[in-house]
Design a protein around this ligand. Sequence first.
Ligand code: NOJ
Length: 488
Amino acid sequence: MPIRFTRRQLAAVGASALGASATAVPSGARARHGAAAGGEASRVFPAGFLWGTATAAYQIEGAVSEDGRGPSIWDTFTHTPGKIRNNDNGDVADDHYHRYQDDVRSMKELGATAYRFSISWPRIFPRGTGAPNPKGLDFYDRLLDNLLANGVAPFPTLYHWDLPQALQDRGGWETRDTAEAFADYAGYVAEKLSDRARHFFTLNECATFVELGHATGIFAPGLNLPPGRLNQVRHHVLLAHGLAVQAIRARSRAGTKTGPAENISVCVPVIETPEHIAAAELATRELNAPYLTAIMEGHYRESFLAAANADAPRVAAEDMKTISTAVDFVGINVYLPGSYVSASDAVPGFASVPFPAKYPTMNSSWLKIGPEALYWGPRNVAKVWNVSDIYITENGCSATDAPAADGIVYDTDRIMFLRNYLTQLQRATSEGVPVRGYFHWSLMDNFEWADGFGTRFGLLYVDYATQQRTPKLSASFYREVAARNRLV
Ligand code: NOJ
């Protein structure tokens, strides 16, 4: 499936300059020091910067009953009428399980050098624990080999929300056993795959799957837990992360790296003056208290414990030490400003400024457009917790993608989004914020959880009736950025 435009199509979209100039490979020095003045140097990314794409197992694989895979909570949830828009489900999704070679070829044609995907726990351990299912692992073996043969570095995520249903039946994240089972599974996978995958993300977006799955109930497993039980779920999920970091270290090849992929609440100073910037740093710690702050600092913040009061999590002796086991990098998913923050003399020392009613969004009501989130997100993480390696593990947007009469999806809105966000990311790297790579969400349209297939995030358009993938105009944009390692 060709990803490049024909000459006629290129002319039609006025993209005749594509490919006209040589790829600009920045020198490290230019990338580090060239920010201020504008011009070419202000648009380059550091040498060796990784340009990747991201997906997750349940959103793309399909083949839910094949080769011994067990059911997950998302199979159960999607097959409960009324939970998902249009009652869509991931039974087939993008049929990636059978089409992975085509999809890897698409990555190569995009010029992507890294791929973040998730491993389906119920393919490896169909009942969560017990005997592994060799055929499940075989799939990821083949995928890894194929990626490496195409020059794409694999960055697996161990948990992207598809908890084995058998574990949910035994209490799910409400029990410590699930955290321990996760560490066993993570260690097993790292042992088997770390000869080829050198970076493992533990859990994807704890804040999302905990809150939406266990508080509001709009994601699997669809629970509305009271505060005490909810805090215990939060705690067990953090524990799962820490135990997994330890298990991966113990069982993988030397030099394997691991860390979280969290969707922090990005705190953007409302005006970039020293007092608002300091307030945004404080807010970063406070507003992420139940998740990344606990992982990075090894304790729950006083304000969090005081607010929880009698509902605070029960914490066993070594738990916080385990949770804060040193990580090799921090992955952050950045889509929007979580808060615009201003300084305040009142406790807690900052205020979150309300969003105006007509604040612009993309094609998901939650997806507020705020390019500066991709500057302040990594910048605050690096500054507040002194992190030396950061990955943008997700960034991208939904759009009302539809093929035009000539078959092309002219997603100029996605290009607008990306150009502006990447401008802010470049601002960060040019100032020395240690971002090592960027994974675009997503490689292709896929199952967008409760929103089903109607909400599209891909660089490739997927026709679900035929499974045909067609690169959108944004794929051409992304290819040019990746090839030149600079903004275009
Ligand atoms: C976050 C999640 O990790 C991913 O699964 C989801 O599809 C995107 N954001 C877009 O909502």
